[in-house]
Design a protein around this ligand. Structure first.
Ligand SMILES: Cc1ncc(COP(=O)(O)O)c(C=O)c1O
Length: 383
C-alpha cells in the first residue's frame, strides 16, 4: 500500500492522537547549533528507517556551501580533492599521503578488496556485519571466512584469529558493528591485531564512530592510532554529517597502503559539491555535537518505548537499533512495508532480528504505532 504524501501525513497526525504520547527531549546543545529538528523530513509517503542515514542533516552551514558550490559543477574538482584530503589529514593528525577519498566509504571498501584480495587470498569478517566488502571480495575472486559474533555481539576475535593463515590478507572489523550497533573492546582489538600474521591487513570501518560514545571500551584508530602499518581505518560523511546522497568516504592508512588502494580508485569519483560541503561539515563542530546529542536522545526514546513494551533491544552504540522479534524477520519487515515504513533488510543468521534506523520523532511514533499493530500475541515477542 503506497499512499499519497498528503494522506500519509494525515494518517501520521491521526496516529499521533491514537498512539503513545511521546515527550521528545530537545536538549540545550541541540538548539545551540541552530538546527531546526522539527523541520519535516522529505519522505514522499514512505518512512525510511532502513539505511542508517541521518534523519536530520546536513547542517544549515553545509547547505549554504552546497548551494554556493553549484556554480563549479562544470569543473573536475581536482584542486578541491587535494585541499579536502589535506583538511582531513590535519583533522586526523596524519600526512596528506595517508588519506584517500572515495565515492562513499563503499568505494574504499571496493578498493581494499581489489588491492589486497583475489587470487585465492582470504578475507575474514564477522557474521553478521556490513556486507559490501564481502561482495567485492567475492568479485575479486577471494575466499570469505565469516565468523559469528560472540553471544554479546562483539567480534569473536579468538575465533577469527584461529581461522587466520598466511593467505589471509585482509580482516574486516566494523566497529561499532552494522547491523548490531555493538562495540568490540579496543584493548581486545589491539591484542588481536598484534597476533595476526605479518602479511594480514586490518580494515577498521568506523562509519558509526560519532555515535560510539566515550566509554572506555571504544577508541577510534584514527584518534588513537596504533604504530602498525597494516591498519586501514575508514570513515564516511554519510552518517552524522548527513551527506549520504553526496557520496563521500575516506581511508586513513600508511602511505604505502593508500598508494596500493589508489591504483584501483575510480578516476574523478569525488564530486564538485561534496569536496566543498565536506570541509564545511568538518568545520561545523557545533552542528556535529548537536546531531550526536540528538541521536543520543532519539536512541534513549527508542529504548524507553521498547521498555514500555517489555522488549529488550541490543544495546546500541550507533544511530540504529537491532531487536529480536522472536518471529521471522521477513514477516515483520513486510508488515512495516505494508504500512509504508521501510526497516532494515534481513541479516542472516539473525533471522528473527530486525534493524531499525532511528528517524525523526514523528517517524518513530509511526514506527511504534505500526509495531503495536503486529498480529502477534505480546508475550511471544518479549524475553
Ligand atoms: C559499516 C558501514 N560501512 C560503510 C558504509 C557505506 O557508507 P557510504 O558508502 O555511504 O560511505 C555503511 C553504510 O551504511 C556502513 O554501515
Amino acid at each position: 500500500m503506497i499512499t499519497s504524501r498528503r494522506s500519509f501525513l494525515r494518517s501520521l497526525s491521526a496516529g499521533t492522537v491514537a498512539g503513545i504520547a511521546v515527550q521528545w527531549p530537545l536538549t540545550g546543545s541541540s538548539r545551540a547549533a541552530g538546527f531546526d529538528f522539527s523541520r519535516p523530513g522529505q519522505n514522499d509517503g514512505v518512512i525510511q528507517l532502513n539505511s542508517n542515514e541521518s534523519a536530520y542533516g546536513p547542517s544549515a552551514k553545509v547547505v549554504e556551501v552546497m548551494n554556493s558550490s553549484i556554480g563549479s559543477a562544470n569543473r573536475y574538482p581536482r584542486m578541491e580533492y587535494n585541499s579536502l584530503a589535506k583538511r582531513i589529514a590535519t583533522a586526523s593528525r596524519v600526512k596528506p599521503e595517508q588519506v584517500l577519498l572515495g565515492c562513499g566509504s563503499t568505494e574504499i571498501l571496493r578498493m581494499a578488496a581489489f588491492a589486497f584480495l583475489g587470487n585465492g587470498r582470504q578475507l575474514i569478517q564477522a557474521s553478521p556485519t556490513f556486507e559490501a566488502i564481502e561482495h567485492y571480495a567475492r568479485a575479486a575472486g577471494s575466499e570469505i571466512i565469516s565468523v559469528r559474533l560472540t553471544p554479546g555481539f562483539a567480534h569473536d576475535l579468538d575465533g577469527m584469529l584461529a581461522r587466520a593463515t598466511a593467505s589471509t590478507t585482509l580482516v574486516y572489523i566494523c566497529n561499532p558493528n552494522n547491523p548490531t550497533a555493538t562495540l568490540t573492546p579496543r584493548k581486545d582489538l589491539e591484542n588481536f591485531i598484534s597476533k595476526l600474521p605479518a602479511s594480514t591487513f586490518v580494515l577498521i570501518d568506523e562509519a558509526y564512530h560519532h555515535y560510539a560514545g566515550q566509554s572506555g571500551m571504544y577508541a577510534s584508530f584514527i584518534d588513537r592510532p596504533l604504530d602498525d602499518e597494516r591498519v586501514i581505518v575508514t570513515r564516511t560523511f554519510s552518517k552524522v554529517y548527513g551527506l549520504a546522497g553526496l557520496r563521500l568516504g575516506y581511508a586513513v592508512a600508511s602511505p604505502k597502503l593508500i598508494q596500493q588502494m589508489g591504483k584501483v580508485a575510480t578516476e574523478d569519483s569525488i564530486n564538485a559539491i561534496v569536496t566543498q560541503a565536506a570541509g564545511a561539515a568538518l568545520d561545523d563542530t557545533d552542528a556535529i555535537n548537536a546531531f550526536i546529542q540528538r541521536n543520543t536522545d532519539d536512541r534513549q526514546e527508542f529504548f524507553n518505548q521498547a521498555m514500555a513494551r517489555a522488549l529488550k533491544p541490543i544495546d546500541s552504540h550507533a544511530n540504529f537499533v537491532m531487536m529480536n522479534t522472536f518471529h521471522p524477520a521477513e514477516d515483520v519487515i513486510q508488515h512495516f512495508r505494508r504500512n509504508n515504513i521501510l526497516i532494515g533488510r534481513r541479516f542472516l543468521p539473525m533471522d528473527t532480528y530486525i534493524r531499525i534506523s532511528l528517524g525523526r520523532p514523528e517517524e518513530m511514533r509511526a514506527f511504534w504505532r505500526t509495531w503495536d499493530m503486529l498480529p502477534y500475541p505480546k508475550h511471544s515477542m518479549q524475553h
